[in-house]
Design a protein. Sequence first.
Length: 292
Amino acid sequence: MRYRTTMRIITILSTFVILFTGCSIERLAVRSTTGLIENSLEAIEEETDLILAEQSIASNLKLLEGLIKSDPNNRNLLLLAARGFTSYALGFVERDDPTRAIALYMRARDYGLHALRQNRIFDRAFDRPFEEFEASLQQIPDRDIPLLFWTANAWAGAIQQDIGDPRALANLPKVEAMMKVVLGRDETFYYAGPHLFFGLVLSSKPALFGGNAQQGREHFERALELTQERFLIIKVYFAETYAVQTLDDVLFEKLLNEVIESDIEILPQQRLVNTIAKQRAEALLEKKDSLF
């Protein structure tokens, strides 16, 4: 009798173990591959062949989405997706296909928001009045600053591509509030990314809508200082926005020629972005006459 009771208990426990393992083994496998995906994306960022980089990042993004299907609340995977789709849209899509870029930026934004809205305070305030939304951002922990940065970047990218839509522009204060938190917590994050963001926004917007070219220039210059002028895309955007808006053709040429003349090894871990920066600098110089 005791033997039968013991065996029954063992059988029940074994069943629970099998069920638990069946539910979690896929997620455990997914989480064990996260590091590989991160390394793969880092390797792409070091690439100088733009065709190879574009093809590689696209395939990696689909693999990433497959992993997210298996573990939909995995914050690390959601962050990689927000960053990956934003970078892909910015580097390879928005110049040639704005409509497709908007869709990719919004996909990146949605992945980021899915992770951020796991924070109950942020989630409750997201669709509330702006003051409540802004206050909730102070409850975002420092560990989620990368999520906040890439989500705001993605959202801003979509708005920029759809600048004529009042509904899109209505969300810009939210995006700026998100990036202000990043700026206040870590101005150096991702190669002074918050300063680059506000340099772009303030230099691009008309004064009537809160633009301020001089403040934009200060953000660009601070970003260059923090990165020791090695993240070349900053100079490209500095020229494309501030220099064009203020009709400073001397600064425009100076910045872009500096990009073209820079050694691609100036920042080995960001060869891809710097290669794109060189390509765009050449293209902008070719159409200088139409900009000034």
